[in-house]
Design a binder for this molecule. Sequence first.
Ligand SMILES: Nc1ncnc2c1ncn2[C@@H]1O[C@H](COP(=O)(O)OP(=O)(O)O)[C@@H](O)[C@H]1O
Ligand SMILES: [Mg+2]
Length: 142
Amino acid sequence: MVIFDVETSSPDETREIAKQFAEKVKKGDVVFIEGELGAGKTEFVRGFVLYHGIRLIRSPSFTVVFEHMSRFGYPVYHIDLYRFTGDFMELLERGIIDIFEKRNGIVLVEWADRIEDFYRSTYTVKIEIISDAKRRIKIEKY
Ligand SMILES: Nc1ncnc2c1ncn2[C@@H]1O[C@H](COP(=O)(O)OP(=O)(O)O)[C@@H](O)[C@H]1O
Ligand SMILES: [Mg+2]
């Protein structure tokens, strides 16, 4: 079921949509975020975690798993699989398999298409670049 299908005209608007969406997402849910480089996946995550009282800071790009504490008292995991090579051992070593199995918080995954053969999401966010500042954001619930 499509729950959002909107166009945004700025990073601000994308963050705002993500904040609205965040109100619906519950502990235990998994959110896949897909879209090419520069689509706005991280901007989306930034808006999403703001709802949880978390301020995303620029982190070294080699970091794959970020764990934040929500103001609601559970973790929000932000996983960025940009550099994921498809090696399952890497998922194990980085604790990602553990995160998916525990589901003790909310899991947000950038470049989720790289693991969608192994895991399912509660929601999938697809961000498409329309022009310089325009993005189409489509969110589906399964
Ligand atoms: N409508 C928009 N929504 C989100 N980002 C936008 C938008 N318009 C321009 N941008 C820019 O696109 C870039 C998105 O970067 P980022 O979120 O890091 O992308 P990704 O994580 O998908 O690679 C940022 O530089 C942001 O300022
Ligand atoms: Mg990103």
